[in-house]
Design a protein around this ligand. Structure first.
Ligand code: S3P
Length: 424
């Protein structure tokens, strides 16, 4: 049952970040779009539901979704349940801030604990009227007339940057946003492709007011962050060889491949198509003799969602691995810094948080914890622990493991197929 190699080819579900954007941006766009491979996860269902409640159209069309742009003609006065999805709640604030009406955005207990002033603050500078509850959800947005401003974000965040760009699309004048380090650039690419005047300026990006037009069709590449669990698993579980197909290869999302190479793993990626975003294959096989490494702070935004699984890899590398300045992990779906430390220690790993750094000494053979591990209801913690469990010689129980469905509904099936050697 355990220590079974992963072998075969799999296609991860549609990318979560891109799926959210395609759905939510349609609220401001004209036209109709057939969206193929839209992520079938809970988070992206929250965005589709929000689109419908706001007066947009999202209906099944065979295996695809047909989106009809709402062109900014939104239904006012509705409450939106964003579930567990920070992307839905933050991007919606940028969309609604410039529209006519009032809306209340809420979410589950995890989302209610996440910081919202980082979005509401800059949007208020643009003239938005947004109320948070002590910086948290529920958030009330009253539409207002917006003006373009220049914002320098204190923390790199694609969600905050995207909310500002969406508000900037509806503002008077030019909006500029810069970050201390580059975060994922899907919003810039998509807004530009759909007709917005988006430009890179120095370390940042600018947008002018304008309109969006949906393309007739859009295919969402496979989720790069979802692929990371099995590719990283293949690197550390002896005898493995795994290929992820049709996966998103946007450079701002695959920093984790460089980290794996830094550990000494042989991982290859091949771009097969460039539109709408780079997409192709990733292949990895087990690498012995992994070496620890220091991951600089500037890389952190690029690998923030993959750190839980990279931490599992680090337990198998010789020496001390340090992920510098990854304090943002504290404000994800759970406090991921604490979760990684507590849960990997149960497996016998030498993991500690030093200030905002995550430090791991290796290699340590992982052993099945005697007690049930906690996922904290966090999909990425649940999946990282399940891959760690594959290295153990006994069964491992993980509480609320089904929360993986937040981003990867068929995670368990794909793991079973790869351990059976036939992928899927
Ligand atoms: C996301 C951005 C990141 C990431 C999240 C998805 C996005 O969050 O952790 O899973 O789609 O823009 P931050 O923008 O808060 O860093």
């Amino acid at each position: 049952m355990h220590q079974r190699p992963l072998r075969g080819t799999f296609r991860p579900p549609g990318d979560k970040s891109l799926s959210h954007r395609v759905a939510l941006f349609s609220l401001l766009a004209e036209g109709t779009c057939e969206v193929h491979s839209y992520a079938d996860c809970q988070d992206c269902a929250s965005s589709l539901e929000a689109v419908r409640r706001l007066g947009g159209t999202a209906e099944p069309s065979g295996a695809a979704w047909r989106l009809r742009g709402a062109g900014g003609r939104l239904r006012s006065g509705v409450d939106i349940d964003c579930g567990n999805s920070g992307t839905t709640m933050r991007l919606l604030q940028g969309i609604l801030a410039g529209q006519d009406g009032t809306w209340r955005l809420d979410g589950d207990d995890s989302l209610r604990r996440r910081p919202m002033e980082r979005v509401a603050g800059p949007l208020r500078q643009m003239g938005a009227r947004i109320e948070t509850c002590d910086g948290h959800a529920p958030v009330t947005v009253h539409g207002a007339r917006l003006r373009g401003v220049e914002v320098a974000l204190p923390v790199a965040s694609a969600q905050v940057k995207s909310a500002i760009l969406l508000a900037g699309l509806q503002a008077s004048g030019v909006t500029r946003v810069s970050e201390p380090a580059a975060s994922r650039d899907h919003s810039e690419r998509l807004l530009r492709a759909w007709g917005a005047a988006v430009e890179s300026v120095g370390e940042g990006v600018s947008i002018r007011p304008g309109r969006l037009a949906l393309p007739a069709s859009f295919t969402v590449p496979g989720d790069a962050s979802g692929a990371a669990f099995f590719i990283c698993g293949a690197v550390i579980i002896p005898g493995s060889a795994v290929t992820a197909s049709e996966v998103l290869l946007n450079p701002s999302r695959i920093g984790w491949l460089e980290v794996l190479r830094g550990f000494g793993a042989t991982v290859t990626s091949t771009v097969e198509r460039e539109i709408p975003e780079p997409m192709g294959r990733i292949h990895a096989a087990t690498a012995g003799g992994l070496k620890a490494l220091e991951v600089p702070a500037a890389v952190a935004p690029n690998i923030i969602d993959e750190i839980p699984i990279l931490a599992v890899v680090a337990t198998q590398a010789r020496g001390t691995t340090r992920f510098r300045e990854v304090g943002e992990l504290r404000v994800k779906e759970c406090d991921r810094l604490a979760a990684i430390e507590t849960e990997l220690r149960r497996f016998g790993a030498a993991v500690r948080a030093e200030g905002d750094d995550l430090v791991i000494d290796g290699p340590t053979p992982l052993r099945a914890p005697g007690e049930t591990c906690e996922s904290y209801g966090d999909h990425r913690i649940a999946m990282a622990l399940r891959i760690a469990a594959q290295l153990c010689d006994g069964p491992v129980a993980i509480r609320d493991e089904g929360c993986a469905a937040v981003s990867y509904p068929r995670f368990a099936e794909t793991l079973a197929a790869l351990t059976a050697g036939d992928g899927r």
